[in-house]
Design a protein around this ligand. Structure first.
Ligand code: SF4
Length: 367
């Protein structure tokens, strides 16, 4: 794997910066302001996306702020320029989901992913703008999705991985009814400056416990377990070298104002004296396809690509990880060409170690 691909597998769009919640670990800098994406931005993005979607599956992920805070009418206007074969996804806190939104999702064939951190007592960080717990409203939204038979994914943030936590989480999501689950250990990113260093053995044990819980009832596609298992299988059959993509997916995030930030949505809206606003261009000025063709020349992106090469030559986990995330490097280390971060220790190194620990603990005795 080397360099940046010029055609992404999906595009992230920010229909509004506004979020109706104010979660303690949120990285978004302008979540109290309703800066809405004009339809002209969606039209400009669609001009490139519709072409890509003609030659294979292509997704647009509506991510905020809270994308539903843009309202149904505006979101429909933003989706209208995209060709019917483009798949739409929303990442939502679910608090605004009701029967009308469910009808909207069905009509526009939108795949929904809900952010919820597990049972009520694990959602203390998810609060309204008035500081009240958001959990009951999240669950009401999920109930609406279930009433309408809409399949949904879930995304959980874990701030304190400890014994029992993984089993409790997995059992919760089995009951909730999601068919795909992602589990993130909280990250120090954006305006969230809370530390993310944890005891190594505790994090490894958390992942090992999650694998054990999943193996008892593997009814959910659990991203964090399926990745390492796929990697382990590839190592065993000698194809691990083919697992990483040949080039990094640029994953462009198109901000409300049309600015394009590649690789890490979390950098959108920030600026730095060394790197400027991290943007590689604006779709209101330059076609998205053209911006991506030149994105590797964005100064911070070049620095990040040298960091990936440093990972390749120094880290035994590179074949699984592929070199980490730009935003974690920047927000933890202030630059892009470092290697190990707390994030990659928690979510790559200890994840793989946890899966191996589980495998060792459940090894069949030699005949
Ligand atoms: S695990 Fe960390 S140090 Fe290793 S390749 Fe990934 S980001 Fe780089």
């Amino acid at each position: 794997m080397s360099g940046l691909a010029v055609i992404p597998s999906y595009v992230v769009m920010q229909p509004t910066t506004l979020c109706n919640l104010d979660c303690a670990y949120c990285y978004l800098p302008f979540r109290a302001a309703d800066r809405r994406m004009p339809v002209a931005v969606a039209e400009a993005v669609a001009a490139s996306v519709n072409r890509w979607a003609r030659s294979g599956r292509f997704s647009v992920v509506w991510h905020g702020g809270e994308p539903l805070a843009a309202g149904r009418e505006h979101l429909a206007a933003l989706m209208a320029p995209f060709a019917p074969e483009v798949e739409h996804h929303v990442q939502t806190n679910a608090t605004l989901v009701d029967d009308a939104w469910c009808a909207f999702f069905a009509e526009h064939r939108v795949r929904v992913s809900v952010s919820v951190d597990g049972p009520r007592e694990r959602n203390d960080d998810r609060v309204t703008r008035g500081g009240l717990p958001a959990y009951d409203r999240i669950v009401r939204g999920v109930e609406a999705l279930r009433r309408h038979d809409l399949p949904f994914s879930a995304l959980a943030v874990v701030s304190r991985p400890g014994p029992g936590c993984a089993t409790e989480l997995y059992d919760y999501f089995l009951d909730l009814g999601c068919d795909v689950l992602g589990v993130n250990i909280e990250e120090t990113e954006g305006v969230n400056t809370r530390g993310n260093a944890h005891d190594a053995a505790a994090v490894t044990a958390f992942w090992a416990e999650l694998v054990a819980a999943w193996r008892r009832a593997p009814r959910i596609h659990l991203r964090e377990v399926e990745w390492p298992l796929r990697y382990a299988a590839a190592v065993l059959n000698g194809t691990a070298g083919e697992l990483l993509p040949r080039q990094l997916d640029p994953i462009p995030t198109v901000g409300h104002d049309g600015s394009v930030v590649v690789l890490s949505p979390e950098l959108a809206g920030f600026s730095d004296p060394r790197y400027g606003d991290f943007s590689s261009g604006s779709v209101l000025v330059t076609p998205l396809a053209e911006i991506l063709t030149g994105a590797a020349g964005t100064p911070w992106v070049g620095e990040f690509l040298s960091g990936v090469e440093a990972c390749r030559s120094s880290c035994p986990y590179f074949g699984f990880c592929g070199g980490g995330h730009a935003a974690n490097r920047y927000f933890e280390q202030g630059r892009f060409d470092g290697t190990e971060t707390e994030h990659c220790r928690n979510s790559k190194i200890r994840l793989l170690e946890g899966v191996l620990e589980h495998a060792r603990d459940h090894e069949s005795p030699a005949a």
